[in-house]
Design a binder for this molecule. Sequence first.
Ligand code: NAP
Length: 317
Amino acid sequence: MKAFVYERYGPPETLQLAEVDTPAPDAGEVLVKVLAASVNAADWHVMRGKPLFSRATLGLLRPKHQVLGVDIAGQVEAVGGGVTGFQPGDEVYANLLDHGYGGFADYVSVPVEVVAPKPANLSFEEAAAVPMAAVTALQGLRRHGEPRPAQKVLINGATGGVGSFAVQIAKAYGAEVTAVTSTRNLDLVRSLGADHVVDYTTTDFAQSGRRYDRILDTVGNRSVRDLRKSLAEGGKAAVTGFTSVPRLLSVSLRGGKDVTQVQAHVTTKDLELLSELIEAGKLRPRIDRRYRFADLPAAIAYLEQGHARAKVVVAMT
Ligand SMILES: NC(=O)c1ccc[n+]([C@@H]2O[C@H](COP(=O)([O-])OP(=O)(O)OC[C@H]3O[C@@H](n4cnc5c(N)ncnc54)[C@H](OP(=O)(O)O)[C@@H]3O)[C@@H](O)[C@H]2O)c1
């Protein structure tokens, strides 16, 4: 089968299209014929081996996992021993972040605990856009308990992969959503359902005097002090992204019960919940750009610039 492989950390050009062996599903796994994938920040972090401390787990001198790709949608080709919930031909979507990556390939074996039936009303490309970003948004929003109707929720980075889902999910919970983005994306966040918008190029939400019950910071560019200052009494902030190692550390060191870092872990249960929201018409992935599989390095290079408008997907065919 074809896969993009890389043998050393570096820029997108280090990814090379190659012929590799098709995997066989182990017990508890399904072999998926990948029809679409989406690209995520995790892909370029792991591709570059950055931040450097992450190489302790990714591989000190060279990458342990030679095929990147965490988000996939496709068709079950075969099932491993003990698998009863899926059969060949089933249309599924899945996330491989906690299971060795491998999605940028014609086929990948995926443990059943991170696979779910593809939402019926989505194309494979749309479905591949969902798992990492939407589960991170969901788990970030629920980090301090489920959002309640009429709660004031601020999403920083509201037009990124995570943010574009977070706005819609917070609205599905009935929250009053303020979305922070740049001028060119104001209409986009409004179309996602945001009640209020803040243009970060002209206005600093932390200096506005407004207070929020919940903040989801998907960018990770704000200090703990700024986040705390923007919280209403009893309010809580969850941070999913980071823009530098000191920023990441400061959330761990200076945060507390009210400001916390979130590390998302995709589960079938969360994917099924997202499928319900999607099939009920409350959540819909937005696709910024579509790339052919052969152009995967260009897709990652685009995402790496940090200004994608929602999701970037790759079609295998
Ligand atoms: N903790 C976890 O488990 C987890 C999981 C997934 C992702 N992440 C992290 O979460 C972060 C976001 O991921 P993503 O997939 O959403 O990334 P992304 O799609 O690359 O985010 C790009 C978006 O960020 C916005 N942005 C850039 N600078 C901004 C600023 N100063 N203020 C507000 N918005 C700004 C951009 O809007 P403009 O173009 O308008 O600037 C763009 O829409 C990444 O750091 C990623 O590593 C963490």
